[in-house]
Design a binder for this molecule. Sequence first.
Ligand code: HEC
Length: 116
Amino acid sequence: MRAVLSGRRWRAACASFVLCLFCVGAVSAQGAQDGLALAKAKTCLGCHQVDAKRVGPAFTAIAQRYAGQADAEQYLSKAIRQGARGRWGAVPMPAQSQVNEQDAQRLAQWIISLRP
Ligand code: HEC
């Protein structure tokens, strides 16, 4: 009897573990979708691609460069709003003044999350 009970308990624990993994996966996939949709809406993708260079560097390359930097999110959201120059090549990025502070922060978070 005891063995049956613990077997059931084990199955229940296992099921909730799998469910939990599923939820975490769904939530992070949602975040990735939101980030990409926002980048699209704010016309970032006219100059950037997620994982290849276009006019500007790939977002994954940006993630990689700033990954170890403690203030990366703040730095990048400021760079998005004020523009950037001289960091990646000869072409500067104009200030993205259509992006408000909150969206710039979300975009910065999303870009950092793309680190391969
Ligand atoms: C007109 C083209 C253009 C558009 C539109 C554009 N970017 Fe850029 N972006 C660039 C270029 C070019 C660079 C590289 C600048 C440099 O060398 O410092 C860059 C660099 C960056 C960087 C790295 C800054 C740094 O200091 O390393 C981030 C982050 C970034 N862009 C995010 C965005 C986001 C988010 C958007 C949309 C709101 C956007 N960009 C729209 C061209 C663009």
